[in-house]
Design a protein around this ligand. Structure first.
Ligand SMILES: Nc1ncnc2c1ncn2[C@@H]1O[C@H](COP(=O)(O)OP(=O)(O)OP(=O)(O)O)[C@@H](O)[C@H]1O
Ligand SMILES: [Mg+2]
Length: 273
């Protein structure tokens, strides 16, 4: 019996997209009309890759994260997570924001476990704790599991927030300016924590940031959005190899990339002037 010729699909050539937006447009209803925020925006993040999204303030980056997590629906276009169309909020999305909200009456361990109680209520308590403790140790917080959130520094709280966002093994992690409220040195320290976390346990991530160095250090790809209504204005790959160090960000080869990104942000900011 003849064997049919196999034509590779686009997917098998390019690698499976864990996050995919196809021509997504969205506008908010506001007093006196509508405010167009995203305009036929398309992007793909492959499994276990990290893409940063940078762009002018107010261009629609946080709206993008709410659309991907299914909290709001696009006016047109489609969003897929691990190949499934997003039609409602997904527990398979982990999220972390600039100011992590923690439950003060729960200790660190119990805050990290919280998503498992919702997503995997049948998981035995010792398994939940084992998983949370493993993550806490990956971000160097072993010994802090009994502390209350108010006993932690800002950097520690953000580490806990990363663990909580990852504890249920989400298909994707969405970070919206997670390190924006931290001082410069703590922020750099957290870049290292995040980088090592992904090396030990790879996951797919979309990172929204205003910090170009942060985007370069952590990303495989960077997307620059235009002014609102946002489109993808520019994309670039970050070819810095596997063993990245924060101090490399001050090396000449990175300066070229940072300058290029800075220029694209300026172009985006100028668009509506
Ligand atoms: N629920 C809403 N109703 C009406 N307008 C909204 C709503 N949410 C966001 N907007 C508007 O949509 C635009 C994009 O907001 P968004 O928060 O996505 O921007 P952003 O790129 O995340 O900004 P920043 O960089 O400052 O965080 C802004 O003009 C904002 O005022
Ligand atoms: Mg925002």
């Amino acid at each position: 019996m003849p064997v049919p010729a196999v034509t590779p699909t686009t997917e098998s050539i390019e690698g499976c997209a864990q996050i995919e937006l196809r021509d997504v447009s969205h506008a908010f209803a506001v007093e006196g009309g509508t405010l167009p925020v995203l305009d036929e925006l398309s992007l793909r993040v492959k499994k276990n890759e990290l893409t940063s999204v940078v762009g002018p303030s107010g261009c629609g980056k946080s709206t993008l994260t709410r659309l991907i997590s299914g909290l709001i629906k696009p006016d047109s276009g489609e969003i897929f997570l691990a190949g499934d169309k997003v039609v409602s909020p997904r527990p398979t999305v982990g999220m972390a924001f600039q100011n992590p909200v923690m439950l003060e009456w729960r200790n660190v361990l119990m805050n990290v476990i919280l998503p498992l109680e919702i997503v995997a209520p049948d998981m035995p308590r010792n398994k939940r704790e084992e998983r949370a403790l493993e993550l806490l140790s990956m971000v160097s917080l072993e010994g802090f599991e009994d502390k209350r959130p108010s006993e932690l520094s800002g950097g520690m709280r953000q580490r806990v927030s990363l663990c909580r966002a990852l504890v249920h093994d989400p298909d994707v992690l969405i970070l919206d300016e997670p390190f924006g409220a931290l001082d410069a040195f703590t922020r750099e320290e957290l870049w290292g924590v995040m980088y090592n976390l992904r090396r030990i346990r790879p996951f797919t991530c979309l990172l929204i940031t205003h910090d170009l160095r942060e985007s370069v250090f952590l990303s495989d790809h960077i997307v620059v959005l235009s002014q609102r209504p946002a489109k993808v204005q520019y994309t670039t790959n970050v070819d810095l190899g596997e063993d990245r160090q924060v101090r490399d960000l001050y090396a000449p080869k990175v300066t070229g990339l940072l300058t290029e990104l800075r220029q694209h942000i300026e172009i985006a900011q100028d668009k509506n002037r």
